[in-house]
Design a binder for this molecule. Structure first.
Ligand SMILES: [Fe+2]
Length: 199
């Protein structure tokens, strides 16, 4: 069995339309774009690596501030998942032959700070829980957007193994987001509204 002869189907060459663009220039531009995309991909990887590591410190604070057992459990579970995600990113760096490097993610720093001020500005209990869920879901949505793009870019760049690893994390982020929605819908938001009415 020839292993390397897995030639992909050559795309059917349609007769080129009348427009004659300089082919050499086109190829150069394409490879430049691929190199640029690779840089963008690696940069985004460093960014999310910083973000995940920051979350391993932020999530315990959120858990400590939460009252609902369900919410505490959801956050604690996601903390463990996040630690695995950090290792998974290190694996992706290894696949790229790069040293895992963290680059400060301004967006995640902002989201974490927002979460901290919500916790400071609310009274402990259902209202703070609702605020923690809101902050955590913003974090999840940011991560879903980031990993979604990383998966797409990895595929375009032919980094299939990296794409698969990143997709595992993407699925976990979506699951965490869904869990938070369930926790919110089950009781916290309703109780928070009732508490508001009592005031
Ligand atoms: Fe994450």
């Amino acid at each position: 069995m020839k292993s390397a002869s897995n030639t992909t189907k050559a795309p059917a060459k349609k007769s080129a339309p009348a427009k004659k663009s300089a082919p050499a220039k086109k190829i150069a531009a394409k490879s430049g774009a691929a190199a640029g995309l690779r840089d963008l991909f690696e940069d985004s990887l460093k960014d999310i690596y910083w973000a995940e590591k920051a979350l391993t410190k932020a999530l315990p604070k959120m858990s400590k501030n939460a009252t609902s057992e369900e919410l505490v459990a959801a956050i604690d579970e996601h903390l463990e998942v996040t630690k695995e995600q950090v290792s998974r990113l290190e694996e992706v760096f290894r696949l790229l032959d790069k040293k895992p490097t963290a680059k400060k993610c301004e967006a995640m720093e902002g989201l974490i700070k927002e979460g901290e001020s919500i916790m400071e500005d609310t009274e402990e209990g259902v209202v703070r829980d609702a605020g923690i869920i809101a902050a955590a879901q913003k974090v999840e949505h940011y991560e879903i957007a980031t990993y979604g793009t990383l998966v797409a870019h990895a595929k375009i760049l032919g980094l299939d193994e990296a794409a698969e690893i990143l997709e595992t994390t993407l699925d976990e982020e979506k699951e965490a987001d869904g869990t938070l929605t369930k926790v919110a819908e089950s009781s916290i938001n309703i109780e928070a509204a009732e508490e508001e009415e009592e005031d």
